[in-house]
Ligand binder design. Sequence first.
Ligand SMILES: *[C@@H]1O[C@H](CO)[C@@H](O)[C@H](O)[C@H]1NC(C)=O
Length: 168
Amino acid sequence: MKSQLIGFLMNFWISFSPALYFHSGEREEKCIIEDVPSDTLVIGNYRVQQWDIREQNFLESAPGLGMFVTVTTPSAEVLLRKLYGPQATFSFTSYISGEHVICLQSNSTRLVAFGGSKLEREESFRKTSEQTNSNILWWAIVQTLILISIGLWQIKSLKDFFIAKKLV
Ligand SMILES: *[C@@H]1O[C@H](CO)[C@@H](O)[C@H](O)[C@H]1NC(C)=O
């Protein structure tokens, strides 16, 4: 009975998940701000798609790409900082209420590497890329899709609810 009720409440909360997508350049950090109550488990889901300059289309994924996920609390404390793959689920539990900042940044070094020792490779790459398109961030643009579920597990209010209803 109890677990059924929790299941129902979870479904209820999941249905409030906001979804969004944005474009991000290589190494560019993109952040979203979420107002989260305290003692709440926040689950985020994302998928990164790589822009293929030759195909002029988004690839299904971004193979070999890693994403740094950073979550900062309203008091500017880092709650989570971890490297994930191009598609991942991350989660954290808030301990204070307020605006949490969730940032995503790719770990790609393709452009960065071109500054130094890989000059030769850059030259040959440049020739092929000039043939196709003179976009500055050729094949470096990623499309990120984020889905965040909030209030999935409001521990405090659930506990109060069960105590009030004498279910525990
Ligand atoms: C980026 O992260 C991915 C996934 O963890 C990893 O496979 C890749 O080697 C990393 N790339 C760099 C340049 O660190």
